[in-house]
Design a protein around this ligand. Sequence first.
Ligand code: KG4
Ligand code: ZN
Length: 341
Amino acid sequence: MKVLGIESSCDETGVAVYDSSAPAGKGLLAHALYSQVELHAEYGGVVPELASRDHVRKLLPLVRQTLAEAALLLDDLDGVAYTAGPGLVGALLVGAGAARALAWSLDVPAIGVHHMEGHLLAPLLEPDPPQPPFVALLVSGGHSQLIAVEGIGRYQLLGETLDDAAGEAFDKTAKLMGLPYPGGPHLAKLAEQGRSGVFTFSRPMTDRPGLDFSFSGLKTQVLLAWQDSDQSEQTRADIARGFEEAVVDTLAIKCRRALEAAGMTTLIVSGGVGANRRLRAQLAAMAEKDGLKVSFPRLEFCTDNGAMIAFAGALRLAAGQHSDAAIHVQPRWDMATLPAV
Ligand code: KG4
Ligand code: ZN
């Protein structure tokens, strides 16, 4: 079945069409993304009301563009999937309202997708996709979680952050060193020019058992190092490098522990921080060394996008699941409450 996917939970409008009857890795017929980054940059963060209004402006043109790229008409759609949460309530309502209206007018089923399930399943969009069971490392701007995945919709939380998410830590650390919004990618780029070992920060919560994370102390360590330094360009890059190495090491240590705890040998990584090159390289090296398998989404599907929503929605719609016609969103939503597919 051909499913239109709509993502509007935060500051990207994403639209895609996924065909669940195509062979694995071939179902994505078209996708388009409009990022609001420039709109929010002058405020140093996402302004929810501006985000909602911009989704209103961009969503329908993006739907038309995506259908044209897929050479499809609205009537060719068999279902509609939209992000129903977690996220900004106003932004979510724009996508949910449009998706519901479309589905009603076309007389096809619609389903509200959990944004983090979308991220989690994004590596499965690639050719030769990994099959459950596997451990998922979900690292985005709002979440840092390790999840044991027994099957689609069968998610057991193994560990999560006690304070800042990994992406949030990147963003806040970048901001305190004066880097522009959004900080994560800027900090990662700067770290490439930094020297390893000039600044060393702790690997939080790796000295004791457990699979939870804590990143907020790291941010404070960086603040103190930055304030005590000459604040030169090279120092900023060296600190960025030390910070990135600390986060990546910490994530890698916990991933290995999670695989051991769950008795699994496949790791999948997703969410915006999954685009981090050092993280990808280090986890790939760990997998190679220990005979494990690790999968990532392609870079553009690590951050928010419509393809992951079309895909997750198509899996559920093809299994006969759908939600009722009410326009209902959940700014907070526990993934463990999702039904199995
Ligand atoms: O998944 P995502 O697009 O949105 C959420 O659902 O939160 O993740 C965005 C997060 C931001 O915190 C951003 O700074 C971070 O992912 N991010 C990165 C990189 N690219 C995006 N963090 C580190 N390195 C990157 N290359
Ligand atoms: Zn996201």
